[in-house]
Design a protein around this ligand. Structure first.
Ligand code: ADP
Ligand code: MG
Length: 245
């Protein structure tokens, strides 16, 4: 394997007394696409939120794109530039237009000229197939459109790694596909490293290099999507799959 872009070594995290991440060892190769699944409360969100330091681990090592995550704020700022995140609830700024949502980070954080940022923003709005929505406010868009704006917003920061936390689970069923299609396109065309928490099996089979199953704070099983879904090894994995399939 090439030098990993993400390395977790014996990573542990607690919320108070609650041991939420237990001895996580994980290496992610550049360009690798990983789907994380598992029961509610198993620590999936916590795991991926540690990667951009929205959560802090207390023990073990976490290295992202060559920078070890410690309490040093400089390191946190460095990796946040490399890591984009898309949440279940789109987290757009409601009082800014779509275009303004997309240019805010590039202009204020990356110090790009406004005209250049707008050009890049339009490019990504085209990529997620909603350039005509550029001057609307998030509240005027459907959930699926808002989530595509959120994806475009992340892309405008040119991240090396994209994290997705159940990006389709808050959407009405008829909007899930348009968002998944955008993500599949992104996975196939961009070569970007992606970690996606989702239970969308079709998506996992289409794009994932590896599926990781978590339960009670541990990685229980991991495999290629076909092997994982067709021949789960662990009893807990089988139980979980029998509930979502
Ligand atoms: P998942 O994403 O797999 O549903 P989470 O990572 O959100 O799981 O949460 C794992 C466990 O940690 C759950 O039991 C949850 O209640 C608990 N938890 C999550 N966030 C916090 C927090 N900020 N404080 C205390 N407990 C938390
Ligand atoms: Mg979660």
């Amino acid at each position: 394997m090439a030098e990993p872009i993400i390395t977790m070594r014996d990573l542990n995290k607690w919320y108070g007394q609650f041991h939420v991440l237990k001895h996580i060892d994980l290496e992610v190769a550049p360009g690798e696409r990983i789907v994380v699944c598992g029961p509610s409360g198993s620590g999936k969100s916590t795991l991926i939120r540690c990667i951009n330091r929205l959560e802090e681990h207390q023990q073990g090592q976490l290295i992202v794109n060559g920078t070890e995550l410690t309490n040093d704020i400089k390191n946190v700022e460095t990796i946040r530039r490399d890591v984009g995140m898309v949440f279940q609830h789109f987290n757009l700024f409601p009082h800014l237009t779509v275009l303004e949502n997309l240019t805010l980070g590039p202009v204020w954080v990356l110090k790009r000229p406004k005209a250049e940022a707008e050009q890049t923003a339009m490019k990504y709005l085209e990529r997620v197939r909603i350039p005509e929505q550029a001057n609307k406010y998030p509240g005027q868009l459907s959930g699926g459109q808002q989530q595509r704006v959120a994806i475009a917003r992340s892309l405008c920061m040119s991240p090396k790694i994209m994290l997705f936390d159940e990006p389709t689970s808050a959407l009405d069923p008829e909007m899930v596909k348009e968002v998944l299609d955008v993500m599949v396109g992104l996975a196939k065309e961009s070569g970007m490293t992606m970690l996606c928490v989702t239970h969308e099996m079709g998506f996992a089979r289409k794009v994932a290099d590896r599926v990781i199953f978590m339960d009670r704070g541990e990685i229980i099983e991991q495999n290629s999507p076909d092997a994982f879904f067709d021949h789960p090894q662990n009893e807990r994995t089988r139980l979980f799959l029998s509930q979502i399939l």
